[in-house]
Design a protein. Structure first.
Length: 178
């Protein structure tokens, strides 16, 4: 895992080979952040990373200046790796929630975010529900951006707040702005 840009830019962390996560590729992540840099300035934003996996997106957001990043990850091995990397980076702006994303979405405190990223497992049957839950729970602030990583079979273009769809190799991103 590589952090691309910002104060932790070019740092690398070895993800254990036993991980079941499908991390966002560096190619896709770099291209996505090139698009996002034209939509927002990450400095001082509060962000939420759902299905955090390796924490790659969380740490990229912290590196680019987010004031606070909350990551939600259910898998204990993945959450432990994320906690280890956060400790190595010596960041106090990071909050890890070890738990189920859907439980979090249904019972999240009255908190909202400027930027939300979700990368659910592609085989997850509830994957299509994620955008609606985020908007129903009003987790995205006015002017905020929500990015959903998903397989090509999903089309979110008819949902409210849909802005654009990007494809990088086999990685698809739907970008919503509120």
């Amino acid at each position: 895992m590589r952090i691309i840009s910002g104060k932790y830019g070019r740092r690398r962390f070895d993800v254990p080979s036993s991980f079941s996560a499908r991390p966002t590729t560096d190619f896709a992540k770099e291209n996505l952040f090139n698009v996002l840099n034209n939509l927002t300035d990450f400095e001082d934003l509060e962000a939420l990373d759902l299905f955090a996996g390796t924490g790659s997106i969380s740490f990229e957001l912290l590196s680019r200046g987010c004031r606070k990043v909350t990551a939600v990850e259910k898998n204990n091995m993945h959450a432990s790796f994320i906690a280890k990397v956060a400790k190595e980076l010596k960041t106090k702006d990071f909050h890890l929630i070890r738990g189920d994303v859907f439980r979090y979405l249904h019972s999240a405190p009255a908190e909202s975010f400027d930027f939300i990223f979700a990368d659910p497992p592609y085989a997850l049957k509830e994957l299509p529900e994620v955008p609606n839950l985020i908007f129903e729970r009003n987790l995205l602030r006015e002017g905020g951006i929500f990015v959903m990583e998903h397989p090509a079979a999903n089309d979110f273009s008819q949902l409210p707040y849909f802005n654009q769809h990007r494809v990088y190799g086999s990685v698809n991103f739907s970008i919503f702005t509120k």
